[in-house]
Design a protein around this ligand. Structure first.
Ligand SMILES: O=C(O)CC1=CCC(=O)O1
Length: 220
């Protein structure tokens, strides 16, 4: 942490658009500051091996080095939450806490296949609307599909808030699994919320994480 100010590193989901964490950056409690980079390497996802969670975690560790941040609170949604998990596994000493929303442990192969099949049929302009190409989108989803955090999560020591919208039904089993396996985790299933609920209910998301960070600060 730089000086007395604690840093929250926000990591977005796929195709989250411009400034997806705007509301949360503005609503951080006093004593906290935010960083909200893109997921590193995602622009290379069309090339096999061009984007990996381990590569993204390494680049984020380098970003923390550049900014002089010794330990960060990391808050991720979806692919961002999976990247946050990888960062916590690879560089545990750099992680003050985790917020994992709509994350995954071992994505269901059939669901991933269906998702990729649908995306292949979409027009290119759908991906352009997410500031990606279809090839990058499919490449990133291949990385998601190949991820398997089973057997690894129990080593995470950082205080962890696991979140999932009650309408994000595909990710609720993973949220329950993460909260059961990570030793210092708490779970909140958020009524009426969907998958990208930091943008759907920005004030509620901001209050939820602010409460978590304030409790951590008070606990010292
Ligand atoms: O939307 C994303 O970021 C990709 C993804 C990971 C888990 C999930 O449900 O979607």
């Amino acid at each position: 942490m730089a000086g007395d100010v604690e840093t929250v590193l926000f990591l977005p989901g796929l195709g989250a658009g411009v400034d997806p964490w705007d509301a949360q950056l503005r609503a951080l409690p006093s004593g906290f500051t935010g960083l909200a980079p893109d997921i590193p390497g995602l622009d290379q996802a069309a090339t096999p091996g061009g984007f990996t969670l381990a590569g993204a975690a390494l680049a984020l560790r380098d970003l923390l080095d550049e900014r002089g941040v010794e330990r960060a609170h990391v808050c991720g949604l979806s692919l961002g939450a999976m990247t946050a998990t990888q960062l916590a596994l690879d560089f545990p000493e750099r992680i003050a806490s985790l917020v994992l929303s709509g994350s995954q442990v071992r994505p269901h192969p059939a669901l991933m296949l269906i998702q990729r099949t649908i995306i292949r049929m979409l027009p290119e302009r759908t991906a352009e609307g997410m500031a990606m190409t279809k090839a990058q989108w499919l490449g990133a989803l291949r990385v998601v599909a190949d991820t398997d955090f089973r057997g690894k999560l129990a080593s995470i020591q950082a205080p962890t808030l696991v979140l999932c919208g009650s309408r994000d039904v595909a990710n609720i089993p993973a949220a329950r699994e993460i909260a059961a396996v990570v030793p210092n985790a708490e779970l909140r299933i958020v009524p009426r919320a969907g998958h990208p609920w930091n943008q759907q209910y920005p004030e509620l998301f901001s209050r939820t994480i602010a409460d978590f960070y304030t409790r951590l600060s008070a606990a010292g």
